[in-house]
Design a protein around this ligand. Structure first.
Ligand code: C2E
Ligand code: CA
Ligand code: CA
Ligand code: CA
Length: 279
């Protein structure tokens, strides 16, 4: 029994080492990803439910790993956040998205605003609003074309600081959205004090909207809450026509999801343009 216990213990340790080593390898690779030009941005359109117009695109990062292939952000953003690598990665994303939006403006392709995701560690940097301002200047993009997304849980975690950061960004003229809304614990008192323009209903509520009365009630409540606060509301993860119909009937302003378009490269997005419009 003692032997077996020892073996078990060894096995467990080995397993843990393998994971730790794997993690370390990934971290080393990630450090080099920016220099070696392995990060790429994909863009997913956001559509106005009334007019069908494209109101904007959300920039979503991908990692083209030389051996592992296309790595999804869900697999490396948490590691990047933990190691602090999210700061240079996030800056790269912001700069790249602003550059691309400027190109679209200059070539008459009206994609609307470009939305960029911010991770908590990035957003909490004291000089973050200054960094945004510097990137806007460097790329020549007007602030009004940039939308910044922070998650509900990030926004609420240090709500006092959040208000400071958001106020500075708002004064510069960027748009601000609360992402994954409904999954965190919002204080309505704080929400009211955030100078934001948009709530994004988390896609977990949209998925079962026809089968789960709780999800439907939450989505409906978020739409009402947003409108009472004079905010726009966007539903994420819309995959079916009937989900879109339901959202339109409930007065949701915008939608984003595979029903309309998957995230795609800038080139792919451009191929959808005819006479300056997305088709
Ligand atoms: P998110 O901000 O909630 O982004 C939406 C995610 O939903 C994207 O996954 C998108 O591909 C996916 N999606 C869009 N439409 C549908 C749909 O109809 N059905 C389903 N099932 N999924 C849909 P993605 O690109 O894998 O990104 C995952 C998460 O990684 C993002 O969630 C965001 O939290 C994070 N992320 C992505 N890019 C960045 C970035 O540049 N910076 C930071 N900090 N986080 C990022
Ligand atoms: Ca987002
Ligand atoms: Ca989201
Ligand atoms: Ca559910």
């Amino acid at each position: 029994a003692k032997e077996a216990g020892k073996n078990n213990c060894q096995f467990y340790t080995k397993g843990m080492n393998a994971t730790a080593v794997n993690y370390l390898l990934l971290e080393n690779d990630l450090r080099r990803a920016i220099e070696q030009n392995q990060l790429a941005l994909y863009y997913q359109p956001q559509i106005d439910l009334k007019t069908g117009d494209m109101t904007g695109v959300e920039a979503l990062v991908r990692w083209q790993h030389p051996e592992r292939g296309l790595v999804s952000p869900a697999h490396f953003i948490p590691l990047a956040e933990e190691t602090g690598l999210i700061v240079p990665i996030g800056e790269w994303v912001l700069r790249e998205a602003c550059k691309q939006k400027k190109i679209w403006l200059d070539t008459g392709k009206n994609v609307g605003k470009v939305a960029v995701n911010l991770s908590p560690r990035q957003f909490r940097q004291k000089n973050f609003p200054g960094k945004v301002e510097a990137i806007l200047q460097e790329t020549g993009l007007e602030a009004k074309y940039l939308e910044l997304e922070i998650t509900e849980s990030c926004a609420m975690e240090h709500a006092g600081e959040t208000i400071n950061q958001l106020n500075q960004l708002n004064q510069m003229g960027t748009f601000l959205a609360i992402d994954d809304f409904g999954t965190g614990y919002s204080s309505l008192a704080y929400l009211q004090r955030f100078p934001i323009q948009k709530l994004k209903i988390d896609r977990s509520f949209i998925h079962d909207i026809h089968d789960d009365a709780n999800d439907a009630a939450i989505a409906k409540t978020i739409i009402g809450l947003a409108h009472n606060m004079q905010l726009r509301v966007v539903a994420e993860g819309v995959e079916t026509e009937s989900q879109a119909e339901w959202l339109r009937a409930k007065g949701c302003d915008q939608v984003q999801g595979f029903l309309y378009a998957k995230p795609m490269t800038a080139k792919q997005l451009e191929s959808h343009f005819h006479n300056g419009r997305f088709c």
